[in-house]
Design a protein around this ligand. Structure first.
Ligand code: ITT
Length: 205
């Protein structure tokens, strides 16, 4: 069912409007700041992103975006993200949301006790859905390591235990804009906006 009657991305003489489905307020705050930096208007749609447990972030995001497109009929995106720890063969990866709710930050620190190889990365997969154009995927990765203990009060999820390459502070010790400059999410969002500007050049200023 189409809930709004127009494709807002093509509105002339105004900033492009794009919708996001997420129930994660930390994630939404980061997207909101990114959208301001990129000159895009972001609106949050009031329904949850459908969560199916598939084996890749790409498949999870694509499925959720397809369902949302049918429901809303407006240009929208969803994001599926995860923390991949090398010494744990990429765990929790696509299971990050569930693992955060069950094991949490302390559980991951416990699994990593005594582990020397602390390399890890965050990956963001954004699935953009545009009526009549289907689904397009944008990804971003930030490499780093798992801290020895949790530090910081900012951000969300596994931020207190992730240190990006070249940094000493955890993601939870950075401001939103500092994190966005380095993060998987910031990179995926920038790729999406770049694609939108090229694809809709005549319609987006
Ligand atoms: P939505 O599906 O509603 O967007 P979610 O929290 O379930 O919210 P994901 O399915 O993408 O989002 O879950 C990814 C989980 O991975 C998330 O709950 C965090 O625990 C973790 N995560 C992803 N990106 C993160 C980041 O930037 N910082 C810290 N943890 C992150």
């Amino acid at each position: 069912m189409r809930k709004e009657g127009r494709n807002e991305i093509s509105e002339p003489a105004s900033k492009p409007v794009i919708h996001v489905l997420t129930q994660n307020e930390g994630k939404f705050r980061e997207f909101l700041e990114l959208s301001k930096e990129h000159g895009v208007v972001l609106k949050q749609l009031p329904s949850p992103k459908v969560e199916v447990q598939l084996r890749s972030l790409e498949d999870i995001a694509t499925y959720a975006a397809s369902v949302a497109l049918v429901e809303w009929g407006v240009p929208l995106f969803v994001e599926d993200a995860g923390l991949f720890i090398e010494a744990l063969n990429g765990f929790p990866g696509p299971y990050s949301s569930y693992v955060y709710k069950t094991l949490g930050v302390d559980g991951i620190l416990k699994l990593m006790e005594g582990v020397k190889d602390r390399r890890a990365y965050f990956k963001s997969v954004i699935a953009l859905a545009i009526p009549g154009e289907g689904i397009r995927i944008f990804t971003g990765i930030v490499r780093g390591s798992i801290a020895l203990e949790a530090r910081g009060t900012g951000g969300f999820g596994f931020d207190p235990i992730f240190i990006a390459e070249g940094m000493e502070r955890t993601f939870a010790e950075l401001s939103i804009s500092e994190k966005n400059k380095l993060s998987h999410r910031g990179k995926a969002f920038a790729s999406m906006v770049e694609w939108l500007r090229t694809a809709f050049k005549s319609r987006i200023s």
